[in-house]
Structures are given as C-alpha cells and as structure tokens.
Design a protein. Structure first.
Length: 255
C-alpha cells in the first residue's frame, strides 16, 4: 500500500495567536484539495496552539506541537505535558528536532522518554534525526543515524513506529539555505528505512513515512519528494507565509 506523504509546517519561535489566525484563515481554503494528496500539519508555538486548534477544528489540517515534556505533571516550571496537548486537540508532536538536541542538550535517553509519553497518549510523533556537517564529513553519517534510531526508539513497538513519522533532517541544511541534493537525501532515507527494517522487520519499515527536512522550498519540493523513500517534508522558513507553504505543497505532491 502506498505511503501517503505528510507535509508539516514547523514555525519554531514565530507567530503569536494573532499571526496564527491570519495564516490559517488564508491557508485553510486550499487545504481540502491539498489534503487529498498528502496529510497536512501545522506545528505552532505553545501559546498559539489554542487559536490554531479553534480554527483547524474539523479541517483536514492536523495540529502539532513543537515539543513536549517527558513528565506527566509536577514541579517542572515552563514545561507542557502530553495530557495538556491532548486536551486542546493536538495530534502530532515533534520530538528530537536538532535545535532541541543541540541548543537544549536533549539526548537520546530524554527523547526516548518523550516518544514513549507521546505514544502512550495516542499522539503521533514526528521523530527527528540527522547528522551535523562535521559528522558527515568524518564519515559518521550511518553511525549517527543508527544510534539515534536505536536509542531513540528503544522499547517502542512496531505499531508505535507506523503510527508516527520519522523526519530526517541533516543539521547542516536546517535554516542555512543549503539543501541536501535529492540523491543525498534519498540515500539517507533509504539507509534509515534499512535500519528500521533491522529493528522492526521489513513490513513495518515499508509502512513508515520518512519526511525530509532542511531548507525545503517551493522550488525544490518536487524533486525531493519524487524520491522513492521520501514521504513528505518538515518545513521551516518556507512555511511562515501561507502562499509559500501552499505552493510548496502543490509542487511537492503534483511534481
């Protein structure tokens, strides 16, 4: 059965509630047609999730959170739990984005705990993995991706994997304007699928959607998403304007 692509906007620390409303009101009319070819999601900042939830209710666009705590409740100032996200209608949670790994020091053990919380709550994870430029140039690409997958997914079942999404994001391509070539991206995605097959079996691995992230734009989306193991995109800067995001989706799914 073909894998339906998933394209998700990751706004990072952009768009308060007012800007969120403006974006969704502009983007939403095109969503029903676009969603026929791919699943859509928008990851807004925590403070903007309620506004987004109100406007996206009943639409084909899923609401996503950019992060979550590995704890359910307690003295964790500034943190947000999966139950809080579920209560306002969140469907997807980004876990392990390279900015969380590098800036905030989140390691594989913490990310594994977060993934387990997300799946216990019945939410879909967008689990990010990827290598730095130094790691790629040192020939450690496969070593890094294998470790991130094995340790991040430790203890999760095949059903947890197929209900979620893996996002391959070469760190050197995020927000830099430099994009992995389609060949580079495909090679990495194919390797990720092979590791998933080792961990969960071929059938489960073939059912997992693997997004590409890293300076995806309207003008390169079609070539990237034409690759056999690339099942969508996790989009940063190009998702900040509704027209740009819509064009990227149209190009990506229609070629």
């Amino acid at each position: 059965m073909p894998r339906k692509p998933i394209i998700a906007a990751n706004w990072k620390m952009h768009k308060g509630p007012a800007e969120t409303r403006e974006f969704i009101e502009e983007f939403l009319p095109a969503a029903p047609e676009l969603s026929e070819a791919c699943e859509l999601a928008v990851a807004a900042p925590f403070v903007s999730l309620p506004a987004a939830a109100e406007l996206l209710a009943g639409s084909p666009v899923g609401l996503a959170a950019q992060n979550v705590s590995q704890h359910e409740k307690g003295a964790y100032t500034g943190e947000v739990s999966v139950s809080m996200l579920t209560e306002i209608g969140v469907r997807h949670v980004i876990v392990g984005h390279s900015e969380r790994r590098s800036i905030y020091g989140e390691g594989d053990e913490v990310l594994n705990a977060k993934l387990k919380k997300v799946r216990e709550a019945g939410l879909a994870a967008i689990f990010c993995i990827g290598e730095t430029l130094e790691e790629r140039e040192a020939g450690k690409l496969e070593e890094i991706l294998r470790r991130q997958l094995r340790e991040g997914l430790d203890g999760l079942a095949a059903a947890d994997l197929t209900a979620s999404v893996v996002a391959y994001e070469p760190v050197w391509a995020i927000g830099t304007g430099v994009t992995a070539t389609p060949v580079q991206a495909q090679e990495s995605h194919a390797f990720v699928r092979e590791v998933l097959a080792e961990l969960y079996g071929r059938e489960a691995a073939e059912g997992v959607r693997i997004q590409y992230g890293g300076s995806v734009k309207p003008d390169n989306a079609a070539e990237l998403m034409a690759q056999p193991d690339i099942d969508g995109a996790l989009v940063g800067g190009a998702s900040l304007e509704a027209a740009s995001f819509r064009k990227l989706i149209e190009n990506g799914v229609r070629g």
